[in-house]
Design a protein around this ligand. Structure first.
Ligand code: APR
Ligand code: PHB
Length: 394
């Protein structure tokens, strides 16, 4: 039995970047929402995730008044490095596209959005909810039922935004026979570390090496984020700090000499590599956004950018429906989002194929991969294709 019913216009499930940004955008156009989140505030503020923002993404955060700390502490990058054949190859993003990218951790965006939501705007966000259930999503008055601090609560709203990530409850609430899921699992994973070390280069490095892929990124002038391709069923227990640094050093080596700065490892975790898309991204008055609807392998750094792009379309649709009573943009939500999501899926797959070691590759295929890398690095049109996709012009 629901003890208390809360009323709002939009019920948002999940306080990740998608749910929090949607709520902020709606509040700026006078539409109320309530967010529920199953984890604690502390947990989601510390969760280490991606960190590369496309130009459109950091511009959006600025437009909604959430860019102040990002512009101060984030790192604007004008290039990315491809490293193979023990040589560095720069892709000049600004020169090729006129755009830059911003390196700013997703956890920082989440902290900024939560502080605005709770401390400045004093708006509702319930952490630590459980037993979340979506009710009557085909009706004009859908509801969300859940438990919070020992009470059974309900939210009555006009629209439910399912922003609860890949493992959330929103997508499984859509009847299986109306949903087509596309999924591809890659035969390796990424071991990611956060470490107390000064970044070794100005740019993010994507390294292809006979031992496997490695990536060097950063979070601040004193903190780095590095990744190593590992086995799909690997365990962090197999990776001592010494083994991690030794593998990173080998995979980043250069003929001209190079040493990656090392330091205390603050966090280690393994991320599976998958591509996933649910089609459609909506059912009745439930709309999925971000990881709830799609996952990309992290090689193209697109996950967070796609999530915020969905939110832009969803906000436009909700505004048109609630303010003008016209549901046209909500009807076309999936159609408006999915072609771009598929394109990002394609780019992420392309980067993943080009940069990783595939056990099944024969020496011929390995040489083809190197030929492709040399082409991307040396042809201006091929570099531009990478750059345009990376900064998000497509
Ligand atoms: N009820 C409420 N909240 C839930 C539930 C649930 N049943 N299940 C999951 N959540 C919460 C998660 O704890 C998480 O905080 O939903 C939130 C989803 O956030 P993210 O997983 O961060 O997904 P999203 O907001 O779509 O962000 C996009 O881009 O770089 C990628 O994967 C990266 O998270 C990132 C994503
Ligand atoms: C990161 O900084 O976490 C990062 C950078 C580039 C990627 C993926 C992750 O492609």
């Amino acid at each position: 039995m629901v003890k208390k019913v809360l009323k709002t216009q939009v019920g948002i499930i999940g306080a990740g970047p998608a749910g929090l940004t949607l709520s902020r955008m709606l509040s700026l156009i006078g539409i109320d929402s309530i967010i529920i989140e199953n984890q604690s505030r502390e947990y989601i503020e510390k969760r280490i995730r991606a960190g590369v923002l496309e130009a459109g993404t950091f511009e959006l955060l600025n437009e909604i008044g959430m860019g102040e700390r990002m512009m101060r502490e984030g790192m604007m990058h004008h290039a990315v490095e491809l490293r193979f054949d023990r040589t560095r190859h720069m892709v000049d993003l600004s020169g090729l596209t006129g755009k830059d990218i911003m390196v700013y951790g997703q956890a920082e965006i989440v902290k900024d959005l939560i502080a605005q939501h709770i401390e400045i705007d004093n708006r509702p966000l319930l952490f630590g909810v459980s037993d979340v259930r979506l009710v009557e999503i085909m009706s004009d008055n859908p509801q969300i039922e859940f438990s919070h601090e020992g009470q059974k609560l309900g939210i009555e709203c006009k629209i439910i935004a399912g922003c609860d990530g890949f493992h959330g409850v929103s997508r499984p609430s859509i009847p299986a026979d109306t949903l087509k899921n596309y999924e591809h699992k890659f035969p390796f994973a990424w071991l990611g570390i956060l470490a107390q070390a000064v970044p070794s280069t100005e740019n993010v490095i994507y390294a292809n090496h006979e031992k496997g892929f490695a990536l060097h990124s950063m979070r601040s002038p004193k903190i780095v984020r590095n990744y190593i391709q590992c086995n799909v069923d690997d365990d962090v227990e197999n990776w001592s700090d010494d083994r991690i640094w030794s593998e990173l050093q080998q995979r980043m080596e250069l003929d001209e000499g190079f040493s990656l700065n090392e330091g205390k490892i603050l966090e280690k975790g393994i991320t599976p590599m998958r591509g996933f898309i649910a089609d459609p991204m909506q059912y009745g008055n439930l709309f999925l956004a971000g990881d709830a609807a799609h996952i990309v392998p992290p090689t193209g750094a697109k996950g967070l950018n796609l999530a915020l792009r969905d939110v832009k379309f969803l906000c436009r649709g909700i505004e048109q429906k609630i303010i003008n009573g016209n549901g046209q943009y909500l009807v076309s939500y999936t159609r408006d989002c999915l072609p771009h999501v598929w394109h990002a899926q394609y780019f992420s797959w392309w980067m993943t194929r080009m940069l990783h070691k595939f056990q099944e590759n024969d020496p011929y295929q390995t040489q083809l991969q190197l030929a492709q890398l040399r082409h991307v690095a040396s042809s201006q049109s091929a570099s531009r294709t990478l750059a345009e996709n990376y900064v998000g012009l497509f």
